[in-house]
Design a protein around this ligand. Structure first.
Ligand code: ZN
Length: 431
């Protein structure tokens, strides 16, 4: 029997009645073989990424086991989130081929979400009813079913222990050191100790699932922020004594808090987040430099901060007050010092940028930006212009214009480094 199911008992295939019929039969058979080979190749291509085949949870309210089956080995990076308590498993891109039945689960997990965070990362989120701790996490191959399991054992804990584990994971996990190209998690030990150089973290706003604002001419904010940040990095690197690290150098999503933690983990002397948002008032235009404050300086600032702070929600993270690890007065003092430096840099940036390009009226503004919350790293957010304004949108798309603004910001960074770099280094509170 031929695999493609032709009935070979028929004589016409073996002993063709005429050469023409024989030829047609051969062509037909060849076509089927080519089709079969092609289909198997494309099926293979489709399954190049691991597929999650099944998710289940068993146990009781004190201890539970999560099992995720895959068709091939994978690495899952666990993370913790609170409000509500969650276990997050981050993966290089995976496919989702399961149809979970939470109503049949037993144990502590009450809810499950999953999806892609970018072109290269995927995530499964387990909501847990009580604070918990991870007792064990392992990969197990099941030879019988030819599947590869991730097993996570959870045990009931208390809020304090959970919070401590969460903070610990934030400080030590490599999750914030994503290498954009492969989507793999970088080496946490790559955060080098303080050298003599002034270190600036440039943060291209948005990315991945969070596109940011959309211009009237279809300009996408996340693309402008990345293009500009690359330009700024190149410009800064021409200046001696300045070291530049970017939070992302590709189209990936990074939660706001991870951006803050990235700057802290890298002992940054300055954090600059780059944006180009839109507001309802289309006539509003020009660059703005923002520092943090609890109360917004004006309605535009409040609107911008509100839309920036939605980034996490867009990516499916619950909007929540992220842990600040601000518990003692020392950190409050550090925050006050830090804010002083942030404001100092904002003024330098406004002076320098306004030499060359148009700025909004009162260009130094403040509002409650979550991405500016590092207690120990001076942080500013620069809105290069407004994508809601047609003239600004045109400028934002011009390489020459971007280069000009990058040069002005780099000059401000240079002045700031000369003024206060050393001082800042001495006043940091150790974590
Ligand atoms: Zn933005």
């Amino acid at each position: 029997m031929y695999p493609w199911g032709l009935d070979t008992s028929d004589n016409w295939l073996r002993e063709p009645a005429s050469p023409m019929r024989w030829l047609i039969a051969r062509i037909f058979a060849l076509a089927i073989i080519i089709l079969a080979v092609f289909t198997s190749f494309s099926a293979h291509a489709q399954f190049e990424i691991p597929i999650a085949l099944d998710v289940r949870v068993a146990g009781d309210k004190e201890a539970s086991r999560i099992i995720v089956d895959f068709d091939r080995p994978v690495v899952g990076m666990p993370q913790l989130l609170e409000h509500p308590w969650r276990l997050v498993l981050d993966f290089d891109r995976i496919g989702f081929g399961f149809d979970p039945e939470p109503e049949r689960w037993t144990g502590m997990v009450s809810d499950l979400r999953w999806g892609d965070m970018s072109e290269v990362n995927s995530r499964i989120i387990f909501e847990v009813e009580q604070p918990f701790r991870i007792v064990n996490i392992e990969n197990v191959e099941n030879a019988e079913t030819n599947t590869h399991r991730i097993i996570v054992d959870l045990a009931l804990s208390d809020a304090e222990t959970f919070k401590a584990a969460l903070l610990d994971r934030m400080r030590t996990s490599a999750v914030v050191n994503r290498d954009g190209k492969s989507g793999r998690l970088g080496d946490p030990s790559a955060a080098p100790s303080r050298s003599g150089a002034f270190r600036i973290v440039v943060d291209p706003g948005h990315g991945g699932i969070d596109t940011g604002a959309l211009g009237r001419g279809r300009t996408i904010e996340k693309e402008i922020t990345l293009a500009f940040s690359r330009e700024l990095k190149a410009e800064l690197e021409t200046r001696p004594g300045i070291e530049v690290i970017m939070t992302r150098d590709s189209d990936i999503f990074i939660p706001l808090n991870d951006r803050v933690q990235f700057a802290r983990q890298h002992n940054a002397d300055l954090f600059v987040s780059i944006h180009a948002d839109s507001v309802r008032q289309r006539y509003v235009r020009g660059a703005t430099v923002y520092t943090i404050s609890e109360k917004a300086s004006d309605s535009v600032a409040a609107e911008i901060a509100e839309s920036e702070n939605k980034s996490d929600a867009i990516a499916g993270l619950t909007f929540e007050d992220q842990p600040d690890d601000v518990s003692d007065i020392l950190i409050d003092l550090a925050r006050r010092e830090t804010l002083g430096f942030s404001v100092q840099f904002a003024r330098l940036a406004v002076d320098s940028i306004s030499d060359e390009v148009r700025m909004i009226k009162n260009p130094h503004r403040h509002a409650g930006f979550r991405v500016l919350r590092a207690p120990d790293v001076p942080s500013v957010l620069i809105e290069l212009g407004f994508l809601s304004n047609a003239d600004d949108e045109k400028l934002l798309n011009q390489e020459d214009w971007r280069a000009k603004v990058a040069t002005q910001i780099a000059s401000a960074v240079e002045s700031f480094a000369a003024l206060s770099g050393r001082e800042i280094a001495e006043q940091r509170v150790s974590k």
